[in-house]
Design a binder for this molecule. Structure first.
Ligand code: TRP
Length: 453
């Protein structure tokens, strides 16, 4: 047994000496964090929002929001996790005292909620990928979506997806999570780049790009677009619920956190951007643009499959690859969501990893069943989680690291010698992130109450 090192901290103290699991390599950590970030949020939601509001102007706004608000919060999560070497509840208590534990539990609640419906959507993508492989995409896409998205099939695929997620997380940080991400993430990049190149050769490509990116700066002059860009940045980077914090808790103190944050945010943005380059030419090549505006989910699961159907055999291949990429993105995100919850059970209640993964996986599966029976329930869960839980969580994190934590700069600077802008980081957390997040929260609540958004 390793020597027990007592640090004198409360709760955290006695665990520090136990062998906490660890990433096998720096690349493994970065890939896992990119895997968490890259998911259904990037592959479709980003390009859809860009096309809806502002085009390239939205992209600029999104990058600005990421740099000024989301990146500082990612760095804050990394600093907390690496410093405390604990999952969220105990990490917050470690730096802020027991009064901050409820915030950690809010994060855990967000994890349950998001994974429950995320897994249902992931189940659809699995079903589409398999169908594409076996039968192609022929037939009435709306009818197919109606049949697949709710009811018994949806529940079965939701269960299967959760089972795979559980089995990876049960395998542990290094041989489960890290290994899976090291294989799957490069695959996803290759598929997406291939699809974007293929799409660029299509007849409607230029029209598609124009729809996606034509800069329309006038559309940005609204707080609701601003808050959408910010909300998308948080959701896409998996922030505001301690998932990134948990991944960082398996790091060495000497890890260069600012570099890791930049790489992760950069990769996440590239995937989102490239996915848009693939999707819009496909839609425009087949004159389906009128069908885009209906709903995010509809465009992804109805309009695109219709485009694949019109492409014949090529569409079968391209469509199957596209949905396979979605499955990969969803799986690596689901793994991160489950890991946060499992790590908490392990750290707080001392449950063994395997039983935590299985037990909590079953509970999350059951929570997702209502979403698999009713699309409205799914939509509400998504809004509540993405627009409310994650925003409140990010706001609290900015305040915690900006104002409450003692010497976060001293902590983050470990492993990052020579970085001179940490004071700027803390100022962003103190003065910029909170007001921006309060505006976002206001618009999210409004959307939630009015039933759109
Ligand atoms: N970032 C994921 C996506 O883009 C979704 C997500 C939100 C997430 N919060 C998370 C994933 C926490 C893992 C952990 O689809």
């Amino acid at each position: 047994m390793p020597v027990v090192v007592t640090t004198g901290d409360e709760e955290g103290g006695e665990d520090m000496g136990e062998q906490r699991e660890h990433w096998g390599s720096r690349l493994g950590f970065v890939m896992a964090a990119v895997g968490s970030a890259v998911g259904l949020g990037n592959m479709w939601r980003f390009s859809y929002l860009a096309a809806e509001s502002g085009g390239a102007a939205f992209v600029v706004l999104y990058i600005g929001m990421t740099a000024l608000v989301a990146l500082p919060i990612m760095l804050a999560e990394f600093t907390l996790g690496r410093g405390a070497r604990q999952s969220p509840v105990l990490a917050l208590a470690h730096y802020g005292g027991p009064a901050w534990k409820p915030l950690g539990w809010l994060f855990v609640a967000a994890g349950f909620l998001i994974l429950a419906y995320y897994s249902v959507i992931a189940g659809w993508t699995v079903r589409y990928a398999l169908l594409g492989l076996r039968d192609g995409f022929a037939g009435d896409a709306s009818a197919r979506f109606a049949a697949i998205s709710t009811g018994l099939t949806a529940i079965v695929f939701h269960a299967a997806f959760m089972a795979v997620t559980v089995s990876v997380v049960a395998g542990g940080v290094r041989s489960g999570i890290e290994r899976t991400n090291l294989v799957l993430m490069p695959m996803l990049f290759v598929i997406l780049i291939g699809l974007a190149i293929y799409a660029s050769q299509l007849d409607g490509a230029a029209l598609g790009y124009a729809y996606y990116l034509r800069p329309r700066f006038d559309e940005l002059a609204s707080f609701s677009v601003l808050s959408q860009a910010a909300g998308q940045a948080f959701f896409s980077l998996s922030l505001g619920m301690g998932a990134m914090l948990t991944y960082a808790s398996y790091l060495d103190r000497h890890e260069h956190l600012p570099n890791a944050s930049l790489q992760i945010a950069g990769a996440d943005f590239l995937v989102a951007f490239i996915a848009g380059l693939a999707v819009f030419p496909l839609i425009f090549a087949h004159g389906l643009e009128t069908a885009v505006g209906e709903s995010t989910v509809g465009a992804l699961f109805i309009t695109l499959p219709t485009a694949f159907e019109k492409m014949g055999l090529a569409g079968r291949l391209v469509g199957t690859l596209f949905f396979a990429a979605l499955v990969v993105g969803a799986l690596t995100s689901a793994i991160a969501l489950l890991e946060q919850v499992v790590a908490t059970a392990m750290d707080v209640f001392k449950w063994p990893r395997r039983s935590s993964a299985i037990g909590l996986g079953v509970i999350i599966f059951l929570m997702g069943v209502p979403a698999a029976l009713d699309l409205d329930v799914l939509g509400k869960m998504d809004q509540l989680a993405g627009n409310v839980f994650l925003v409140i969580g990010s706001l609290a994190l900015a305040i915690f690291v900006g104002w409450r934590m003692q010497d976060p700069i001293g902590e983050v600077a470990i492993g990052a010698p020579g970085v001179r802008w940490f004071f700027l980081w803390r100022s962003l957390l103190r003065f910029v992130a909170p007001p921006v997040l309060i505006v976002v929260l206001y618009y999210s609540f409004r959307a939630l109450v009015s039933g759109d958004g």
